[in-house]
Design a binder for this molecule. Structure first.
Ligand code: PFF
Length: 455
């Protein structure tokens, strides 16, 4: 069967462009907003250790598998899975795995955009000096006044969705690639600066290091382990086809292993740096570490409010956070857009309007779950929490499990080995063992553990 050399959507200009774009997808709110607050909620060190283990044993092999499948299929995830399954004589139902990814992308974007909208609002709050000399209570109140106003949340959510769709409409090189080229280095630099500020808190910085890296397993519940694994998928953008669709734009001779290691290392470094920037401030100001999704919005402004040039650095920080969220958001919706263009013969622009509108509408649920709907609970969770749990803790790990089975068992070794084109076969065999046995077993054990089967 002849296989296309390129996707009809174009391709990245180089290996570097791909690394930047995939890192742009991976590094986002997950690293800077979510990682610190879920670490706070789940007791620190032991949770971080499980998360790091999941990155190595599950995340890295699955990322390689996604890139490999994407590049082999050269289409959107639904079609790539379908055509490879056909080529290998496997069932056509594999395309539903692509579908569940498209659905997960919509759902994640719907709430992701609301949080990113809050970050946009914070750019203006910081630059206008709202946080000058602010106390911990003051910062918490300012955050509350934003989230309790559905109209403002809705307005910023709308702005973010429009920004996202504008970039996606411009396509692979004109939009996606251009955006990420300058965001990533700048974000890294400002995070280092913030860690430097946090390091001045002396004992609180040491306390934060202990909190992040000293594992106390008595605090680890089954659900915490599931959250850690889910977050490994979320933070690396895995289990839903985002990296797969980016892989479909990857030039032919790029080493899949090398790019994967670069992306995973950058992503993990940024999450840990975010922890080191935030936790010392939490301890220094006696804030509650388990305060949930508001954590960065309630802690970082205190730092900005008390440092020289804080208004400038603060607004720069939130600006970069928005940029990081932006380069992730485009990858959340790209599978759906690519599907519409390939299968329904609509223009990229039109596809962006349809998908953007759908994600925006679903986002209304998250907007109101911070205010008028905050008491509407299902299974003890608000709608935002429910959507987050459904996608990050269930859909992504399940998608990742099936991707591992597809890459390891459905695709014959000859196909995957050809696509990896590794000079040293030993690395290929390590990957094969991980993707065939270790990754699926780990995901299944974590699921069973969360169901309480080992108690
Ligand atoms: N990895 C992104 C983050 O950490 O913020 C979120 C994300 C992007 C998840 C794309 C899934 C995805 F497909």
């Amino acid at each position: 069967m002849s296989r296309p050399d390129k996707s009809i959507h174009g391709q990245w200009s180089s290996r570097w462009a791909f690394i930047l774009a995939a890192t742009g997808s991976a590094v986002g709110l997950g690293n800077i907003w979510k990682f610190p607050y879920i670490t706070g909620e789940n007791g620190g060190g032991a949770f971080v250790l499980v998360y790091l283990l999941c990155i190595v044993c599950i995340g890295i092999p699955v990322m390689m598998a996604e890139i490999m499948i994407g590049r082999r299929g050269r289409q959107n995830p639904v079609n790539s899975l379908k055509s490879i399954a056909k080529e290998e004589g496997a069932g056509q139902f594999w395309r539903y795995l692509g579908w569940s990814g498209v659905a997960a992308g919509f759902i994640i974007l719907s709430y992701y955009s609301v949080i990113a909208g809050q970050a946009i609002a914070y750019i203006f709050r910081t630059i206008s000096g709202t946080f000058d000399g602010v106390t911990a209570d003051g910062a918490a109140n300012i955050y509350k006044s934003l989230t309790s106003d559905p109209e403002r949340l809705l307005a910023w959510h709308t702005v973010f969705i429009v920004l996202t769709m504008v970039v996606v409409a411009r396509g692979v090189r004109g939009g996606l690639e251009k955006l990420v080229r300058f965001i990533m280095p700048a974000l890294f630099a400002i995070l280092i600066l913030l860690v430097g500020f946090a390091a001045n808190t002396g004992e609180h910085f040491t306390h934060a290091i202990d909190f992040l890296f000293k594992a106390d397993f008595s605090k680890l519940t089954g659900d915490a382990v599931l959250t850690a694994m889910g977050h490994a998928f979320f933070t690396l953008s895995l289990g839903m086809g985002a990296i797969m669709v980016y892989g479909s734009y990857l030039p032919k001779n790029t080493s899949i292993m090398k790019v994967t290691f670069a992306i995973a290392a950058a992503d993990t470094a940024i999450a840990l740096l975010a922890g080191l920037a935030i936790f010392p401030l939490v301890f220094a100001n006696d804030l509650s570490i388990g305060s949930g999704p508001g954590l960065i919005f309630e802690t970082l402004p205190i730092a900005f409010g008390h440092m020289a040039g804080g208004a400038l650095f603060g607004s720069l920080f939130f600006l970069l956070l928005v940029f990081a969220a932006w380069s992730s958001a485009i990858s959340l919706i790209e599978p759906a857009v690519a599907w519409l263009v390939e299968n329904k013969n609509v223009s990229r622009r039109r596809a962006c309007v349809y998908t953007g509108f759908a994600a925006w509408s679903l986002g209304l649920l998250t907007v109101i779950s911070f205010n008028i709907g905050q008491h509407w609970l299902l299974f003890g969770k608000t709608m935002f929490e429910l959507l987050d749990y459904l996608t990050a803790n269930l859909m992504l790990p399940l998608g990742g499990l099936l991707i591992a089975i597809f890459a390891g068992w459905v695709m014959p070794r000859s196909s995957s080995q050809q696509e990896f084109a590794i000079k040293k076969p030993i690395f290929y065999y390590i990957w094969l063992i991980l993707i065939r046995f270790i990754t699926p077993a780990a995901v299944i054990i974590v699921f069973l553990n969360a169901l309480g089967l080992f108690n």
